[in-house]
Design a protein around this ligand. Structure first.
Ligand code: ADP
Ligand code: MG
Length: 449
């Protein structure tokens, strides 16, 4: 088995189990250098990564390697300098167009856009057609139709892809326009460091020179007052000049906690479109499109199996394909359905989702950017009381918890407090669609973690 292909197959599986930031941090510039007597030697860029892989990832690496090759017994990590060179010169054999190549290698340094994301590769179905249609309109006449354009939806459903496709489309249609894509976290850190270095005016000017500003994942503005203020000014300056602003978030503007009211109303002032979960047919279409992209043919039976079993995340659909294509390349044959099932075991047979009080409380506090102990405190602050009521409501609705139990779970409150909270939220739900949507988003998260 070729070392490089073997390592790509391992990375394909690891990538599915950890966040992309972690993946890039710990697995960039790693490779298998050799194998001897059942020991696989992995070269890593520095001692920090070596230690981390040994302590945190060793078990899973060995497990995946053994699944692919039963002869493998152990793994050693060596610090080597060659990682980067090899990766760059000889990019992954298997995933020429896939996710595995580290994105930095492809991103346009001026616009920060990744040319991989275009409308051509964006599959449209009932779950995303409104967002896609609005996005196409924005590409045709930026700054004119939907401004700002705000897209929201859950993890791995195509927000970044769509935003970047708009950016790439505008660059193509209007080469003279200055387009800039920036993840919110990066914007936040730019603002913080320019404040520290007394360069905030310079940063402002730089942003005001942009014709199309794309900011991804604006839910991360939650609670960042100073950044919100800067962003508000930038937003206004661009908006007044009819410059296009495009935003994404994992939830609608009104559900972003600790967002200044004036910014929220700006976000709501244009077009808001959501992306929901892809239906079965759309999942099949996406899988087929990705197979074509990779020049790989998988039998109908396998495609159907994946589409039936991975339902809530397009990134995971892609991940499943990565694993199967890696297998196909390694073995020069298609896996049988039985093998497919065991290869995708990690992805699919996640244990029956358990919902318990702890999980509900954790999810509600994360959703509202609070600490769990705020929720269970006796604070009467508005921004804490509402989430606390919602947690109580969910404990009743989802767990059928008794009111004394609910009171206890939220910091030894009296059962009458829990009854009051439950009634209050139930009543409000009848009149307030925003709240309904908010609670549905929280429920989805409780179930999907
Ligand atoms: P999000 O930003 O919502 O978390 P991404 O845009 O990163 O999701 O999408 C996750 C992966 O799924 C990406 O590789 C993307 O190319 C792919 N993807 C998402 N939506 C589609 C689609 N409609 N058609 C094809 N690929 C898609
Ligand atoms: Mg994204």
């Amino acid at each position: 088995m070729v070392n490089e292909e073997l390592w790509q197959a391992v990375l394909a599986q690891i990538q599915l189990n950890i966040s992309s930031a972690n993946f890039a941090t710990w697995f960039k510039n790693t490779q298998i250098t050799s194998q001897k007597n059942g020991v696989v030697f992995i070269s890593v860029p520095n001692s920090f990564v070596k230690e981390w892989l040994e302590q945190k990832y060793n078990k899973i690496i060995i497990k995946i390697l053994r699944n692919l090759d039963k002869e493998i017994k152990d793994v050693r990590y060596d610090i080597g300098k060659s990682g980067l060179k090899v990766f760059k010169k000889n990019p992954s054999v298997i995933y020429q167009e896939g996710q595995l190549e580290f994105q930095e290698f492809k991103i346009d340094s001026e616009t920060n856009l990744n040319p991989r994301y275009t409308f051509d590769t964006f599959v449209v179905g009932p779950f995303n057609e409104l967002a896609q249609a609005a996005a196409s309109a924005v590409v045709k006449s930026p700054g004119q139709v939907y401004n700002p354009f705000f897209v929201y939806g859950g993890v791995g459903l195509g927000k970044t892809h769509l935003l970047e496709a708009i950016g790439n489309g505008i660059v193509k249609n209007f080469p003279q326009k200055k387009v800039q894509y920036i993840p919110t976290e990066k914007f936040v850190s730019e603002v913080i460091s320019s404040i520290r270095n007394h360069q905030i005016e310079k940063l402002k000017l730089a942003y005001q020179a942009i014709d199309t500003l794309i900011i991804d994942d604006v839910q991360f503005l939650a609670g960042k007052e100073k950044t919100q203020e800067e962003f508000f000014h930038t937003f206004n300056a661009l908006y007044e000049k009819n410059k296009q602003i495009i935003l994404s978030s994992d939830r609608p503007p009104k559900a972003i906690p600790a967002l200044a009211e004036r910014l929220r109303s700006r976000f709501e002032g244009g077009m808001i479109a959501d992306i929901s979960y892809p239906d079965y047919e759309s999942r099949i279409a996406i899988l087929k499109a990705k197979c074509l992209e990779r020049k790989s043919e998988l039998p109908e039976e396998i495609i159907n199996y994946i589409a039936a079993n991975i339902q809530r995340n397009i990134r995971e659909l892609e991940g499943a394909l990565n694993i199967l294509i890696a297998y196909q390349k390694l073995n020069s044959s298609l896996p049988e359905l039985k093998t497919v099932k065991s290869l995708l075991n990690n992805l699919i047979s996640s244990p029956v989702r358990v919902v318990n009080a702890k999980k509900i409380i954790k999810t509600v506090s994360e959703f509202y950017d609070l600490k769990e102990k705020d929720l269970t405190s006796s604070s009467r602050k508005k921004e804490i009381v509402k989430p606390r009521h919602i947690a109580m409501y969910l404990l009743r609705e989802e767990l059928k918890g008794s009111f004394p139990f609910i009171g206890r779970k939220l910091g030894s409150k009296d059962h009458t407090t829990a009854i009051h909270a439950y009634k209050k939220i139930s009543k409000e739900l009848d009149q307030n669609e925003g709240l309904l949507e908010e609670i549905n988003l929280i429920k989805q998260r409780v179930l999907s973690e």
